[in-house]
Design a protein. Sequence first.
Length: 67
Amino acid sequence: MAKSYKRKTRKGAAKRFKVTATGKILRRTQNMRHLRANKSKKARRNYRRLTQLKGGMAKKVKKMLNI
């Protein structure tokens, strides 16, 4: 019987994405690096929230995280 190898987690992906209990992948929002002064306060507040990854990108990330 052939022994299967252990899959390693991509550490860069592990630091960037969070997995919920139901298996959804969450990521940080873009547009928060610089040039915040000309964004509204409401927009900046909304950028703090995590957003869900969907579709093919979520599949790729799950593969990187061995889920």
